[in-house]
Every structure is written in C-alpha cells, then in structure tokens.
Design a protein around this ligand. Structure first.
Ligand SMILES: NC(=O)c1ccc[n+]([C@@H]2O[C@H](COP(=O)([O-])OP(=O)(O)OC[C@H]3O[C@@H](n4cnc5c(N)ncnc54)[C@H](OP(=O)(O)O)[C@@H]3O)[C@@H](O)[C@H]2O)c1
Ligand SMILES: [Zn+2]
Length: 346
C-alpha cells in the first residue's frame, strides 16, 4: 500500500526523513480494527516527529494522527462496534484502559497515553491503518471524510481548551493566539459556535483580514501593541481566557491581556517553551495557567455532537492526494497555511 512515513528523525532538514512509498498492509490484532483510509489531516505533530521530537520506536514509521475512512477488518475476537464498510472517524488518543486514570474521569492522564503515530501505534498517512476498535466513532451525517479528518487532533484539543479547561460560556471573551494554524482556526470555529466574543492575533495583516471575514469579532496584530488594543476592546478589563499554542513569542501578551482571575490554557510552544514566567502578575492578578493535551473519549463524543448540532465545518486550505504528501508537508513547514491540510486516498 502507499504510505507517507519517516525513515529517520532529527537532523538539519526534517523533511529529508520523509518518504512516500510502499509499506505492508497492517494486520489488526485483538481489540483493533483496520480502516481503509479516505482522508487524514496533517498536524504540526507530524513535523515534530520528523524533527526527532518523540522519536518513533523503529523505522520505517508511518506518520499521521488523524483519520476518517471505512471499517475494513476487525482483529480476532474483537466485537464489531460498527459494521464492516461503515464510515467512521477515529479518536486519536490511546490509553491503557486499566489504570486509575483510565478508570477515572480523565484518561488523558494515563501514563501510557499516546496518539496515533506514537508509541507502538503507526499512523494514518497510508491507504490502510490500524486503530483500537473502541476509538471508532460513526461519521456524523453530511460530514465529509475530509472534514472529519480534521477533528481528532486540532478540534479535540481546541474543544477541551475552551469548554473543559477554560470553562468558557456563551458571551465570554476569548483571545486566540494565531489566526491561521490548525489549532487556532479550530478554536476560532468552536468559540464562535459556542457564542463567545472572539479576538484573534496574527503576525500577518492579510491573515487578520481573512479572520474578520470568517466572522471573528476582532483581529489584532501579534506585536507589542496587542495588549493595548485588547484592553481598549475590553474597556480596560481584559479577556476571560487566552488560547495559547505559540509559546515564547506570545506568552507575555497572553498574561497581560487576561482579566483578573482569567485563564490561559496552553497546548503548544511552537515559538519556544521557556518564556519569562512573570510570577508577580500571575499571583497578584490571580491568573490561572492551565496545560491541556488532546482530549478524552467523552470530549471527542461531545465534539462530534457539537459538529452535528451547529453545522460547523473545519477550514481546509487544501487537499492533496496521498501520493503528493511531500508537497503537503512542505506547505505545512512553510508556516503560511491557513487552516488544515488534508491527504486523501481511495
Ligand atoms: N497539546 C496538544 O494536544 C496539541 C494539539 C494540537 C496542537 N498542538 C501544538 O499547538 C501548536 C500549533 O499546532 P498546529 O497544528 O495548529 O500548528 P500550525 O498549523 O503550524 O500553527 C501555526 C500557528 O502558530 C502561529 N505562530 C507560529 N509561530 C509563531 C510566532 N513565532 N509568533 C506568533 N505566532 C506564531 C501562527 O500564527 P500566525 O501565522 O497567524 O501569526 C499560526 O496560527 C504546535 O506547537 C502543536 O504541537 C498541541
Ligand atoms: Zn491507563
């Protein structure tokens, strides 16, 4: 079968580690299901893997965290959760299922937490992929494979950040750092669907204009002037929460635009992971700094219900044939993408 996989990790040019070529069709074991992949979206995570962050156990190693497709075959003694041929989207989080965290309300704290393409699980950029059978969800009616393939990482992460971690309500004001990335545009779509007042930042005036056309309430430049602009927009109060995934380049702003008692939820550090902590501001203004990663099975179900109820759809910049995966990776690495990139096959 055709697949996009890593043959090594690290080095000065991570994309040199990417190969698009033939792999064996995987065989599902007990508790697993093989999918015929129809669409799989790219995430920065795939570039991190090529760069040597979270190096795979072995090579070659198929990349990709997100998949939508059809049920092809169950492993031995595996109950058929959905009939063969069903259209499905896979929850990307894999946990042990038996530890205290897994049996409690938040299995993402499982010490064996992994995403598809991590640990012992190869990824989804292939004509066929294997996932745990319990991770299958029926595709919501009217949702395309391409749209569904954007949900498991970017949208699930944004859903948990907004609704579970920051506990935002309709009418609250949220600032999202970045106006173009997969996670940032997912947060934007979900926050608008959730009735929030949405402010985005970007380094690029064209991206700010595009965000306003998509319906965000305010879009401000990501530079030093951002703090003053946001305080003016909020009548000097600040925002209820910041959705942060950029890191060093935006962290100081994130702390300074929060209202007293406000919450910054952080899920990434693209621009660096070690900004000044500004502890005086944190305690004096009683800020909440909360980390977040992916989401639970229950939150993924809630996300799919939100998609069904609101009709929201991911912003997809472009789809590529799986055979053209290299072009998609190059585009993601350019940093110019607005929304998601999706690989299609079959
Ligand atoms: N913890 C989790 O579960 C989880 C899940 C998903 C993603 N993430 C992390 O979140 C981050 C974003 O992921 P993604 O897939 O959305 O990646 P992406 O598509 O590459 O995100 C690019 C975004 O980052 C902003 N950005 C990048 N560098 C910047 C800089 N120096 N200054 C200001 N803004 C900058 C861009 O904003 P503008 O171009 O508009 O300025 C754009 O919105 C990554 O670090 C990823 O690993 C974590
Ligand atoms: Zn566990």
């Amino acid at each position: 079968m055709l697949a996009a996989f890593a043959t090594a990790a690290g080095g000065p040019r991570p994309l040199d580690n990417l190969t698009v070529g033939a792999r064996e069709v995987p065989t599902p074991s007990r508790g697993e299901v093989r999918l015929r992949t129809r669409a799989a979206s790219l995430n920065r995570h795939d570039l991190w893997t090529l760069a040597g962050v979270g190096t795979p156990a072995s090579f070659p190693w198929t990349l990709g965290c997100d998949v939508a497709g059809t049920v092809d075959a169950y492993g031995p003694e595996t109950p058929e959760r959905l009939p063969l041929g069903s259209s499905v989207v896979a929850h990307s989080v894999i946990t042990c299922g038996v530890c205290a965290a897994c049996l409690g309300p938040d299995e993402t704290s499982c010490r064996k937490f992994a995403m598809l393409s991590e640990g012992s699980w190869e990824g989804t950029f292939a004509e066929y992929c294997v996932v745990p059978a319990i991770n299958l969800f029926a595709l919501p009616a009217d949702l395309s494979f391409e749209d569904a393939a954007c949900l498991p990482t970017s949208f699930l992460t944004a859903y948990r950040m907004l609704f579970s971690k920051a506990q935002l309500r309709p009418g609250d004001t949220v600032l999202i750092q970045g106006a173009s990335g997969g996670l940032a545009t997912a947060a934007e779509a979900l926050a608008l669907a959730g009735g929030m007042r949405v402010i985005v930042t970007s380094r690029d005036p064209a991206k700010l204009a595009a965000a306003l056309e998509r319906g965000v309430h305010h879009a401000v430049g990501a530079g030093k002037e951002a703090v003053g602009e946001v305080m003016t927009l909020t009548a000097g109060t600040g925002v209820d929460a910041v959705i942060e995934s950029v890191g060093e380049a935006t962290w100081a702003t994130s702390l300074r635009v929060l209202r007293r008692g406000g919450t910054v939820v952080v899920a990434g550090a693209t621009a660096g992971a070690d900004p000044p902590a500004d502890l005086r501001r944190v305690f004096w203004r009683q800020l909440r700094v909360i980390g977040s990663t992916m989401g639970t099975w229950d939150e993924f179900a809630g996300l799919l219900n939100t998609v069904r109820a609101t009709g929201l759809r991911p912003l997809i910049e472009q789809t590529y044939q799986l055979a053209d995966a290299r072009a998609a990776f190059e585009r993601l690495e350019s940093g110019q993408v607005t929304g998601k990139l999706v690989l299609i096959s079959g």
